[in-house]
Each structure stands twice: as structure tokens, then as C-alpha cells.
Design a protein around this ligand. Structure first.
Ligand code: SDX
Length: 428
């Protein structure tokens, strides 16, 4: 709270609303009483100027290109941390010491298997079903399996559900991939790391030993860190809104997966690589930049632009560096990386992108790496959902345990028909 207030005058009404100050970032005007005081709502479709909650998990400074998780810069976490360590940080608020990390990893490891009945859900899908459609269905179905931990008012049960979700997402994601390529599901091997386990369940086959390549494991783990959480983005806001009614946590995460799937959000990584492949060679870049600038053409540069970042997305910086590491480790020479680098350079030197402050975001380079590792483009957003489950779960826990929490119920500006009487059929 500050001693500042914001004054509103509406007709003959004049009200003052308190201004609240966070640790860092923009102050907020607390308008919770505004409707009661003025009879008017605020209007903010897309929430471009609205803080929906108070949170202590992630902070983004879009102008400076800063991303902090519990105060730690994303670049330092990507460089020095592991996804499991970041998961502990996001969930519990502090970096774990050695014993705490070992205990957390052991807990997660012991929840990696799914109920055998859950495997039956996959056979209901066509083999060519989009893996994100499968993820929506199967993660939602998890809500039918854990009636022992659905009293979300009990912190212990919330934490069990959280651990189950974080642990089972790699297994479910790998199974979605296996189903789509007609290979048998591979059970978790809990002697491996979280990320190594995922790579083996995805690319391993019963017919032979699977060897985790350390450089790929490290790159994949870093990609998970870069996607773990991102403040009140669309899918996290979806999870919070679904959870605000007290809904089953597994069902809430399925809602988040559905939202993330959209090409304007997490689906952009799949769309970005498809775009880079369509461009094909540097000579065609000007044609696509012209289309992105053409108001009459709905085409946008996928992987470019951001609601919050009006500077370079710090995750894209790490992602570009990781492309080089993976290409070197796997001896990959995919021309799509050169197309991406030259597209970025041309766009960042173009007045249109500079004036609108459109920079590469987390999705611009991720697909180049994932494709090099061997994932089909349809799996890219599944990997985003796998990693973002940690953020969704952390934000969901924060919301449920907030004493000020209440069900989310926005209002509207109604511009429809005024009240009118029913017209009998013979008079229409
Ligand atoms: C993610 O919120 C998060 O934190 C998301 C995320 C996370 O970690 O959760 O960071 C993950 O979703 C990253 C974003 C991935 N999406 C894409 O890369 C899709 C392409 N980008 C966009 O469609 C767009 O930039 C958004 C959706 C990301 C942001 O859109 P906004 O903030 O609503 O901005 P806007 O659509 O109003 O665009 C502002 C202007 C418009 O031009 P004008 O109407 O002002 O003339 O910029 C233009 C847009 O036409 N513009 C683009 C563009 N993005 C915006 N023009 C060309 N190419 C683009 N990519």
C-alpha cells in the first residue's frame, strides 16, 4: 500500500482509489470498490492494463527484457540450474540445498508412472490426432484417477497433486508421441534424470538400449527451464480462473493446455518452424517480411512480438545460444537456422518491427532445436506444456492459498438488444 491515491470523477461522483506498490514494477490502482462507488466498470479486453492478481513467483520487465523467477534472472538459472531445481524454486520460493533437491527429485521420480488404465485413453484417438489434442484429453482424464488428493483446501493434498502433475507430464507427453508414431509406450526408468527419463520414454524402443546424449539432455533441460513460468500469460490465467472455482487441479491443467495450444501463444513454436521451413531460403525472406507488414494480409512473423516484451525476450537469447550447442553436438547443419538468423537480422533492421518493438520471443528458435533433437513439429507445444506445468502448478497453489482469493467473474460492456417482448411465430 502507498499513501498515493488515484482520483476518478464520473458525473457528479468523485472517488479516490488506493495505489498499491509491489517489490518492483508498475504500481497498481486498487479498483475493487470502484463499481460500488461509481456504478461503472473498467473496460480492458485482453487485459492490456490490468493486474489480475498479486503474485511472488515471476516478474517480467518487458521494456528491459528482464525475467526473474523468485528474483533470480532467467539467464543465470538457464546457465547454472536444472529444471528440477527451478521447479522446486517456483513451487517453494527458494533454491533447494543439496538434501532438499535430492528429496524433491526422489518424490517426483516416484510419481512418474501413470495408472495402467490411463493408457486405454490413447487408443480412442486416431493415430494422426494432434498430440496437443491427446494431451487435453488425457491430462483432463487424470482428474478421474486421484480422488485421494482432491481436497484442495488441504496443502498436503495440493502438494501431492502438484508432484503428480509435474512427474506424470513427461510420461503422458512421451506416450502421446509414441502413439502418434505407432511405437509401444516406454515405461519410466527412474535411474535417469527427469529430462533423461523423458528423452528415453520418447525416443527409446524396447528392442534396444537407449543412450541419453548429455549435450541433448542438457539442452532439453534448459529448454524446460526457459518455458517453466511466465507471470500471468494466457494459459496461466486460464489455470487460475479455472482453479478459482475450486475445480479439480488436473482438470485445471487441461484447461491450461487447451489455451496454450493456440498459435498466438504456445502454438507459435510449431507455427514458427513451419514458417521458417516455408521460407526455405534467405532469398525469400523479404517476401515474408513484406507480408507481415501488409495490413491486408493476416500473416504474422511467428515467434516475433510479445504482449509484454518490447525488447529482446531474454529466453530467445539463451535459445539461440542453445541452437549452436545442439547443432555442434549432433553435427547438424540445417539451413533453417541460417534462415532464422537472417530473418531476425532483417526484421530488427526494419522500421516496422522497430517502431512496433517486435523482437524474437521464446518460440522463434525453440523449434529449430527441437527439430534437430528429433521431435516432429506437432510435439513442440506438448514440450512447452510439459515445462509450463511447473508454472501452472506453482501459480495455482499460490492462488488457492491466497486468503483474498475468490472466484474470478469479470463483467462486461453490454451492447446487445434492449429488453423486448417475445414475438409469436406467425408475427415474425
Ligand atoms: C508466447 O504472454 C506470455 O507471456 C506468452 C509467452 C509465455 O511464456 O507464456 O511468452 C509465450 O505466447 C509468446 C508469443 C508467441 N506468439 C507468437 O509468436 C505469434 C506472433 N505474435 C503475435 O501474434 C503477437 O505479437 C502476440 C500475440 C504475441 C502479442 O500480441 P499483442 O500484444 O496483442 O499485440 P498486437 O497483436 O496488438 O500487435 C501490436 C501490433 C499490431 O499492429 P497494429 O495493429 O498496431 O498496426 O504489432 C503487430 C500487430 O499487427 N504485430 C505483428 C506481430 N506481432 C504483432 N506484426 C507482424 N508479425 C508479428 N509477429
Amino acid at each position: 500500500m502507498t499513501d498515493q491515491t488515484a482520483k476518478f470523477t464520473l458525473g457528479d461522483k468523485s472517488v479516490e482509489s488506493p495505489v498499491l506498490k509491489g517489490t518492483v514494477g508498475p504500481d497498481v490502482i486498487d479498483i475493487r470498490k470502484l463499481y460500488g462507488q461509481t456504478g461503472a466498470f473498467t473496460f480492458d479486453p485482453g487485459f492490456t492494463s490490468t493486474a489480475s492478481c498479486e503474485s511472488q513467483i515471476t516478474y517480467i520487465d518487458g521494456d528491459e527484457g528482464v525475467l526473474l523467477h523468485r528474483g533470480y534472472p532467467i539467464g543465470e538459472l538457464a546457465e547454472h540450474s536444472s529444471f528440477m531445481e527451478v521447479a522446486h524454486l517456483l513451487l517453494n520460493g527458494e533454491l533447494p540445498n543439496g538434501d532438499e533437491l535430492a528429496k524433491f527429485e526422489n518424490t517426483i521420480t516416484r510419481h512418474t508412472m501413470v495408472h495402467e488404465q490411463l493408457t486405454k485413453f490413447y487408443s480412442g484417438f486416431r493415430r494422426d490426432a494432434h498430440p496437443m489434442a491427446i494431451m487435453c484429453g488425457v491430462v483432463g482424464a487424470l482428474s478421474a484417477f486421484y480422488h485421494d488428493s482432491t481436497d484442495i483446501s488441504d496443502p498436503q493434498q495440493r502438494m501431492i497433486a502438484s508432484h503428480r502433475l509435474i512427474a506424470k507430464m513427461p510420461t503422458i507427453a512421451a506416450m502421446a508421441y509414441k502413439y502418434s508414431v505407432g511405437q509401444p509406450f516406454v515405461y519410466p526408468d527412474n535411474n535417469l534424470s527427469y529430462t533423461g527419463n523423458f528423452l528415453r520414454m520418447t525416443f527409446g524402443v524396447p528392442a534396444e538400449e537407449y543412450e541419453v546424449i548429455p549435450a541433448v539432455e542438457r539442452a532439453m533441460d534448459r529448454i524446460f527451464i526457459l518455458h517453466a513460468d511466465h507471470e500471468q500469460n494466457a494459459s496461466t490465467s486460464t489455470v487460475r480462473l479455472a482453479g478459482s472455482s475450486g475445480a479439480n487441479p488436473f482438470a485445471c491443467m487441461a484447461a491450461g493446455i487447451a489455451c496454450l495450444w493456440g498459435p498466438a501463444h504456445g502454438g507459435a513454436n510449431e507455427a514458427a518452424l513451419n514458417m521458417l521451413r516455408e521460407i526455405g531460403r534467405p532469398e525469400r525472406i523479404p517476401e515474408f517480411i513484406a507480408r507481415a507488414k501488409d495490413k491486408n494480409d493476416p500473416f504474422r512473423l511467428m515467434g516475433f512480438g510479445h504482449r509484454v516484451y518490447k525488447n529482446y525476450d531474454p529466453r530467445a537469447t539463451v535459445m539461440q545460444k542453445t541452437v549452436r550447442e545442439v547443432f555442434e553436438a549432433l553435427k547438424v547443419n540445417d539451413p533453417v537456422f541460417d534462415v532464422a538468423l537472417q530473418l531476425e537480422e532483417m526484421a530488427l533492421n526494419d522500421d516496422y518491427f522497430r517502431e512496433k518493438k517486435l523482437f524474437p520471443n521464446v518460440d522463434f528458435y525453440s523449434g529449430v532445436i527441437l527439430s534437430a533433437i528429433g521431435f516432429p513439429t506437432t510435439m513442440f507445444t506438448v514440450l512447452f506444456a510439459l515445462a509450463r506445468t511447473v508454472g501452472w502448478v506453482a501459480q495455482w497453489n499460490e492462488m488457492i492459498s491466497d486468503p483474498a482469493q475468490k472466484i474470478g467473474r469479470p463483467r462486461q460492456l453490454y451492447t446487445g438488444a434492449p429488453q423486448r417482448s417475445y414475438v409469436p411465430m406467425d408475427q415474425r
